[in-house]
Design a protein around this ligand. Structure first.
Ligand code: SF4
Length: 461
């Protein structure tokens, strides 16, 4: 079912063809180069005011057929939109973007990967029913080719709801430095390919045009490490036409043809041909969807909790941590999950928000009913067995609970920001820690130090 030469997608779909260059990454746009060759029409489709080429109805029908096949095969297929256009182009042909979103809704077995360099347009061009979590079969992505134009796009993207957010660092034309990947699920990395400007174009331009730009594998190495540190899936697509090795020297990837001749690889895509020195860059991972699901669930639960009073909000925060953790553990004990669900029921049922909770936590009605029943049975059973013991808060338990809450609160912060927040939190307790504790007071007759009980100090007269 794969009809795309791009190794990270199954299919490619272009709702129209044509575009206008927007940033440095567009310099050697292969789609524009092809357009200039008038392979399909004797019309130029690139540039401001140039008409974009509309696609035929038969072309628009193709994804419907892919969707049907995916459904029959019980698989999901990825569709990259668009390779010879930009879906967020201001000059999209009238009605075609709306038609695209209608098609996306009609094809739930396809995951649509909408990539753009026009991050500032994403929000205004998303459909009105995009919702608080985005369409379930749309991944939103931005190109990040350099620091100046690419990095600001990430900040825009991470604020937009989507089941999966991805970066296409292709062509990677400089070192991106430290990248904040919070809210990002997938990073595709690739060097520049294509033919670059022809000799005639260079001559006619009257000045020296830059040709294909090299990708330094030290930049790739750094990005892959950052992905791994920040729990994001990296996908090293290819090395580009002119890669530089980990010492900054040109790296020529060669392979042997069937007739025994050595040839240079055009883009270093086949990693069987890579030298062992860069074997650690052979990484092609797809996002952890369960993580994306958990993020989605967390955002829905957090929205629902906005109306709670202080006491319930604190309880809910702890329950949310536990509930999300249960999704990460295989074979979580049903009893444990049932107990969490019951406590959620205690919060939301009196507020008539139980159904809304089940939707936010993605728990089918029948399952929620079964879990509540199980929790009540567990309670009845333990009530018969022994009288309820009072929960004793030990220093360890208190520290564990505080750690879980702090981690949840600091979830959006990374690196230096996180350290700063932690220092501020610890600072709040400095004065308290420097005070003498009760046990450091001079012992008095009134002091009772019974194990497991609160100590009450009454100063000696
Ligand atoms: S945004 Fe993409 S399609 Fe448009 S000019 Fe740039 S590289 Fe080409």
């Amino acid at each position: 079912m794969k009809n795309s030469a791009i190794n990270w997608t199954d299919n490619t779909f272009n709702p129209w063809e044509g575009c206008t260059r927007v940033s440095d990454g567009c310099k050697n746009c292969y789609a524009q180069a092809n357009d200039k060759r008038h392979l399909r029409e004797k019309v130029i489709h690139w540039g401001k005011g140039a008409p974009r080429r509309k696609m035929t109805d038969a072309y628009w029908d193709q994804p419907v057929a892919w969707n049907l096949k995916a459904e029959q095969d019980g698989v999901r297929l990825r569709v990259f939109c668009a390779s010879t256009a930009d879906w967020a182009d201001e000059e999209a042909p009238a009605g075609q973007r709306e038609r695209l979103f209608q098609l996306i809704k009609k094809t739930p077995h396809l995951d649509w990967l909408l990539l753009t360099k026009r991050a500032e347009n994403i929000e205004k061009y998303l459909p009105a029913d995009w919702g608080e979590t985005g369409y379930p079969n749309v991944w939103l992505g931005v190109t990040v080719e350099n620091k100046k134009e690419g990095l600001p796009r990430i900040d825009i993207l991470r604020k937009i709801p989507a089941v999966c957010r991805f970066l296409s660092c292709e062509p990677l034309i400089e070192d991106l430095g430290n990248v904040n990947l919070n809210g990002i699920h997938w990073v595709i990395i690739g060097g520049e390919t294509g033919r670059g400007p022809s000799k005639k174009e260079v001559k006619n331009s009257g000045k020296k045009l830059n040709g294909i730009r090299s990708m330094d594998l030290r930049w790739v190495d750094s990005l892959v490490k950052q992905c791994q540190e920040q729990g994001v899936a990296p996908w090293v697509k290819q090395l580009g036409k002119l890669p530089l090795d980990l010492q900054g020297e040109p790296l020529v990837i060669t392979y042997e043809t069937k007739d025994g001749k050595m040839k240079r690889s055009p883009n270093g895509e086949n990693w069987d041909q890579w030298p062992s020195s860069i074997a650690h860059l052979k990484v092609r991972e797809i996002p952890d969807f369960s993580q994306a699901e958990r993020d989605k669930m967390e955002s829905s639960l957090s929205d629902l909790a906005k109306g709670l009073d202080k006491e319930n909000a604190e309880k809910e925060l702890q329950l949310r941590t536990q509930l999300l953790e249960t999704d990460k553990i295989l074979f979580t004990k049903r009893k444990y999950r049932a107990e969490i669900i019951k406590q959620y029921h205690d919060i939301y049922h009196p507020l008539r928000k139980w159904d809304a909770f089940c939707r936010a936590a993605d728990i089918p009605k029948r399952t929620s009913y079964d879990l509540l029943k199980a929790a009540r049975e567990n309670h009845a059973e333990s009530a018969q067995k022994e009288p309820k013991k009072k929960d004793v808060i030990t220093p360890q338990k208190a520290a564990e609970k505080a750690k879980a809450s702090i981690n949840r609160l600091l979830k959006g912060l990374k690196g230096a920001e996180r350290n700063e927040a932690l220092k501020l939190i610890l600072g709040e307790f400095d004065a308290e820690l420097n005070k003498p504790t009760e046990t450091e007071h001079a012992p008095s007759e009134n002091t009772r130090a019974e194990q497991g009980k609160l100590i009450t100090i009454t100063p000696a007269a």
